[in-house]
Design a protein around this ligand. Structure first.
Ligand code: ATP
Ligand code: FE2
Length: 337
């Protein structure tokens, strides 16, 4: 069976086609880039409506299949921005009705984990899911992906993007921030806020913003690249500390890094070092499916459909605040460590 997955939780509209054996057939995505500032939902919705049809066609062309060969439609039901989620849900419902095939609504965060597990061939990891909208440390236990730690305020990717905007780098600024951090040499002490197993990035953001607006406070001794390097080192050390405690607590023997920020090589290095210290295998999701994409939604949709069947149209209302630990995972087996 081939599943067509639709992703539209935030800035990206994406269509992915995957078989129930995990073969990725086609993936087409388009990310809305604001000319300045952050994401305005009204503009993102316009973007999504303008591109969904051509993305659908190009994903089918890449997969070399016709629409009628699709046997299942999956879409991101939440969490995400309500207006953006509604576009994906509307397209998914229309396709399911037109083709008279089943429809499933998928939790976006679980899809990030499931595609990582499949592509990396890892059964039971502790996962660090880091993106523009989420920062979650989780592991499977008692039929759910339990959340062991998460951000209390800003997600890590959003924080990096906000700092990037402050210095004139357009959204999403994470990749440029990574390049600039490599030019930094000297560490500037910054707030490090870990509360139990949770993280807070807002104090760090306020501090760096205030420093960037007052260069007289540091310019004699530090460069802007030093500040960005220090921001990355501090925020990634916070993530690494909490994640290490989750590995120690769960005693799992593999770790998975997923979400858009997983592309960052320094974060990969820090997480791989602690994995090694705990004799756990380190996996990072392939870059092609690290950020928001329709393939991960299609793959999670296949798991869900095989274990629980299709959703009725009435059950496909969007869920902007849907937590991943509320979703039972009947397709995954309990693994003894
Ligand atoms: P979600 O809906 O899952 O929260 P998202 O909408 O933020 O996801 P993703 O594509 O998963 O989308 O992640 C995008 C984020 O990843 C952006 O904040 C971007 O700056 C960040 N990012 C991408 N590459 C890098 C990198 N090399 N270093 C740091 N951050 C990065
Ligand atoms: Fe995402």
């Amino acid at each position: 069976m081939i599943c067509l997955g639709i992703e539209s939780t935030a800035h990206t509209f994406s269509v992915g086609l995957i078989t129930d054996t995990g073969k990725l057939l086609g993936l087409s995505s388009d990310t809305y880039m604001p000319s300045e500032g952050g994401l305005k939902p009204i503009d993102v919705v316009e973007h999504h409506y303008n591109c969904y049809d051509s993305l659908l066609k190009s994903a089918l062309i890449k997969a070399k299949i016709r629409l009628k060969e699709v046997g299942l439609i999956a879409f991101s039901q939440g969490p995400g921005l309500g207006p953006c989620l509604r576009v994906g849900a509307a397209v998914a419902r229309a396709l399911s009705l037109k083709l008279n095939i089943p429809l499933v609504g998928v939790n976006h965060c679980i899809a990030h984990i499931e595609i990582g597990r499949e592509m990396c061939g890892v059964e039971d990891p502790v996962t660090l899911y880091v993106s523009g909208g989420n920062t979650i440390i989780s592991a499977f236990d008692s039929d759910h992906y339990q959340v062991f730690g998460e951000t209390l305020d800003l997600p890590i990717g959003n924080m990096l993007d906000m700092v990037a905007r402050e210095i004139g780098i357009p959204h999403p600024g994470g990749p440029r921030m990574e390049s600039l951090s490599k030019l930094g040499k000297k560490y500037f002490p910054l707030p490090y806020i870990v509360k139990g197993m949770d993280l807070s990035f807002s104090g760090l953001y306020s501090k760096i913003r205030s420093l960037l607006r007052n260069p007289n406070l540091w310019q004699k001794e530090y460069t802007q690249e030093d500040l960005i390097y220090s921001l990355q080192e501090t925020s990634f050390a916070m993530l690494t500390e909490v994640f290490e405690r989750a590995i120690a607590h769960t005693e799992k023997k593999s770790v998975l890094l997923t979400g858009g920020v997983a592309a960052n090589q320094r974060l990969q290095e820090m997480i791989s070092i602690i994995a090694k210290n705990h004799d756990a295998e380190f996996h990072v999701v392939p870059l092609k499916v690290a950020g928001d994409n329709g393939a991960m939604i299609a793959w999670a949709g296949i798991q869900q459909f095989h274990s629980g069947g299709a959703d009725l149209i009435d059950a496909t209302k969007i869920k902007p605040k849907w937590r991943m630990d509320q979703v039972p995972i009947p397709w995954k087996k309990e693994v003894e460590n």
